[in-house]
Ligand binder design. Structure first.
Ligand SMILES: Cc1ncc(COP(=O)(O)O)c(C=O)c1O
Length: 359
């Protein structure tokens, strides 16, 4: 044995680790997990049956080209199959995008605070993060983001609705921003929560991508479709971006179980989207009640709400946990709380109310 350790890339030094939403403490009292923006409903019986059937051949590699899934998506979104690429969750696709566009000396722009994977995958690529603070109203500051573009900028993430604040970017502002960004900079519209959007003023990225070759839309089966544990997401982008995503994909990354379950989910969309409607109704209720309690909550279009608690964040998360709901605290900033089943939301609302009454 030598004293030497393998040489690792310096780019990895100091990389922040991804903090997943915590599950309830093992062995503790029953608690609701409102910390990961998951869908609280169990798999639809038909989708579960399809996934179980696919498990019967997991001795075989999956279809590397995801043929059936891409055909279904192409049909569903009226896009050419060649404009689609899949990955292990949309975070997997986001990492493929960075591998395809950015490296040492390059810059990646995103709003902050936003999805916590952006700094991690940017740093892994070797590129530098350029974080543009959210406005006081928790919105993307798209003018400042456009101003931040330099000749080193390779990619810009626009997270809409934004994780963890929930608010989404409006059509006129987004179009103005896209018109300002040079055509050789890739703009990634991360729409992981798109199915929860109800405000007609929020544009559908897939409409914006159609005549903009530098726009790429990210979507996922993890949230509205309830397949978080199966890891499948996809991008819609013109060539050559979509082709580059196929090059940077982990071979056979998306399992056959995930592919078949995703196809079955698209075919059961009516049933699944009823569940999304129920969550959206719950979101409305939670938002109204929180505001009635006196909280300032951004107008969320996602399946979560954001409470900017500052230095009371840790205390709030602890109070929630004690009451039986696990939320997602961002130390010193605020807490993100997923909309769950009605009983979980009730418990959270009661806890939020008593917390406000504490001195
Ligand atoms: C904004 C955003 N994008 C992407 C993802 C990644 O989701 P997945 O990799 O499960 O598709 C998440 C998950 O929390 C998210 O909040």
């Amino acid at each position: 044995m030598t004293e030497k350790a393998p040489k690792l890339r310096a780019a990895l030094d100091g990389i922040p680790t991804y903090k997943p939403g915590r599950p309830p403490a093992p062995g503790g009292p029953r608690a609701y997990k409102l910390s990961s923006n998951e869908n609280p409903y169990p798999p639809l019986p038909g989708v579960l049956e399809t996934a179980t059937a696919a498990a019967g051949s997991f001795n075989r590699y999956p279809d590397m080209a995801c043929t059936a899934l891409l055909a279904e998506l192409a049909d569903r979104f009226e896009v050419p199959v060649t404009h689609l690429a899949t990955g292990t969750g949309s975070v997997g696709v986001a990492q493929q995008l960075l591998q395809a566009t950015a490296g040492p000396g390059d810059e990646v722009i995103y709003a902050w605070r936003s999805f916590e994977a952006y700094p991690i995958i940017t740093q892994i690529s070797g590129a530098a993060s350029v974080r543009v603070p959210l406005t006081g109203g928790e919105d993307h500051d798209l003018d400042a983001m456009a101003d931040a573009v330099t000749d080193r900028t390779r990619l810009i993430f626009v997270c809409t609705p934004n994780n963890p604040t929930g608010n989404a970017v409006r059509r006129a502002e987004l179009e103005r921003f896209l018109d300002r960004v040079p055509g050789d900079v890739l703009v990634v519209l991360d729409e992981a929560y798109r199915e929860f959007v109800r405000d007609p003023g929020i544009p559908d990225g897939i409409e914006l991508y159609r005549d903009r070759p530098n726009v790429c839309v990210l979507r996922t089966f993890s949230k509205a479709y309830g397949l978080a544990g199966l890891r499948v997401g996809f991008a819609v982008a013109h060539e050559p971006v979509a082709a580059a995503l196929r090059k940077t994909a982990v071979p056979f990354g998306v399992s056959q179980i995930a592919q078949d379950a995703a196809v079955a989910s698209l075919r059961s969309e009516n049933e699944l989207l009823k569940r999304v409607d129920a969550l959206v109704a719950e979101r409305g209720r939670v938002l109204r009640e929180l505001r009635a309690q006196g909280w300032t909550v951004p107008e969320t279009q996602a399946n979560f709400v954001w409470l900017r608690l500052g230095d009371r964040t840790a205390d709030f998360a602890a109070a929630c946990e004690k009451a039986g709901v696990v939320v997602r605290p961002f130390a010193g900033e605020g807490a993100r709380v997923t909309i769950g089943e009605a009983a979980a939301n009730d418990l959270f609302l009661r806890t939020a109310e008593s917390f406000r009454q504490e001195p």
